[in-house]
Ligand binder design. Structure first.
Ligand code: F6P
Length: 361
């Protein structure tokens, strides 16, 4: 038995924990099993660049952030930039990767990734590769599972930073606008905003009104609260406005990178309130450092379930969490309902409203 592992997309706390779990559980189940980790996700599969993973060289990585086999969120082998006659053109190079798997004798490919990485995994499954997906993303936007690993750690990081920002906001009577990640889903903003005592939470799912935010700042002032913390999800936008694009990464399956909404909002809001309005973008800090205990456990449960699926030869599936239990969903069902975004009737929206948190609407 030879198991290939790749980590694709943005890094997330827990990737190394899954690698650790797959190698440990794999050796327990198949004592002669060999493992290779392709470097930088699918790119390594195309270039046949990998490192052997052993009990020894995966020792001590359970708690480490990042990924020891590196990752990339711009290497789509079905639309890959190659140089031809001095020009960059895009080609489907996936067959080269499949051939590399065959040459190395890889029986199963365990793919750790979010929607972009897993949609390529589905295409490889259609080409006959034995694939098992493991759902990773700090955004928590995969509809086919209740939780992706990385999300809990990101929320904890934001909550810790909101605590720090509260002290400055309070000391200087400032409004501080804190930008968090999440792509087109507001889960990080919603969870961290509530747990971190934000006064205003702005979600991509609910375009905001500047005037409503200013009203909340004034209302707080009338109760003697001279500061306000606003948590804004990176792709939130003003009613009738546009999402703020930070950069465009060519060759990425999803080239838009959001960024800058907090700075824009701070500038727009300042003329409407008495306070100085400052902005902070927490950025990649949210993906950094050690996974939380919850994410370590979730990663190890996913890893064990992935090895179960290998043992049962149940390929073409993604491991998933439903009602607290580990399960598996066919890869084609992972994308059936689109991404999981915050619905207006989500229980946490009610919780937040009951606490007096404004959504700027
Ligand atoms: O999907 C994870 C994520 O961190 C998103 O929240 C964010 O929009 C994006 O990746 C940022 O990507 P990059 O690391 O390329 O800036």
């Amino acid at each position: 038995m030879k198991i290939g592992i790749i980590t694709g997309g943005g890094d997330a706390p827990g990737l190394n924990s899954v690698i650790y779990g797959v190698v440990r559980a794999g050796l327990d189940r198949f004592p002669d099993c060999k493992f290779i980790g392709y470097k930088f996700g699918y790119r390594g599969m195309y270039r046949n660049e990998f490192k052997e993973l052993t009990r020894e060289n995966t020792s001590g990585i359970l708690h480490r952030g990042g990924t020891i086999i590196y990752s990339s969120n711009k290497d789509n082998l079905f639309h890959y930039p190659v140089e031809e006659n001095g020009e960059i053109v895009h080609r489907d190079v996936s067959d080269i990767a499949v051939e590399n798997l065959r040459k190395e004798g890889v029986d199963v490919l365990v793919v750790l990734g979010g929607d972009g990485t897993l949609s390529s995994a589905l295409e490889f499954a259609k080409k006959g590769v034995n694939v098992i997906g493991v759902p990773k993303t700090i955004d928590n936007d995969l509809a086919a599972t209740a939780a992706t690993f990385g999300f809990n750690t990101a929320v904890n990081i934001v909550v810790e930073n909101l605590g720090r920002l509260h002290t400055t906001a309070e000391s200087h009577h400032r409004v501080i606008v804190v930008e968090v990640m999440g792509r087109d889903a507001g889960w990080i903003a919603l969870h961290a905003g509530i747990a971190g005592s934000a006064d205003v939470i702005l979600l991509p799912e609910m375009p905001y009104s500047l005037e409503k935010i200013a009203q909340k700042v004034r209302e707080r002032e009338s109760h003697g609260k001279m500061f306000t913390i606003v948590v804004v999800s990176e792709s939130a936008k003003e009613q009738g406005g546009q999402k703020v694009v930070g950069r465009v990464v060519d060759d990425s399956p999803d080239p838009i990178r959001y960024g800058g909404v907090a700075a824009k909002l701070a500038a727009d809001l300042e003329p409407l309130v008495k306070n100085e309005v400052r902005s902070v973008n927490l950025g990649h800090i949210q993906r950094g450092g050690e996974p939380s205990a919850y994410d370590r456990l979730l990663s190890l449960r996913y890893a064990t379930k992935a090895v179960d699926l290998i043992e049962q030869k149940q390929f073409g599936h993604m491991v998933a969490l439903w009602k607290g239990q580990m399960g598996a969903v066919p890869l084609e069902d992972v994308f059936a309902g689109g991404n999981k975004v915050v619905q207006a009737d989500d229980e946490l929206i009610r919780v937040a409203k009951g606490l007096g948190i404004s959504f700027g609407i």
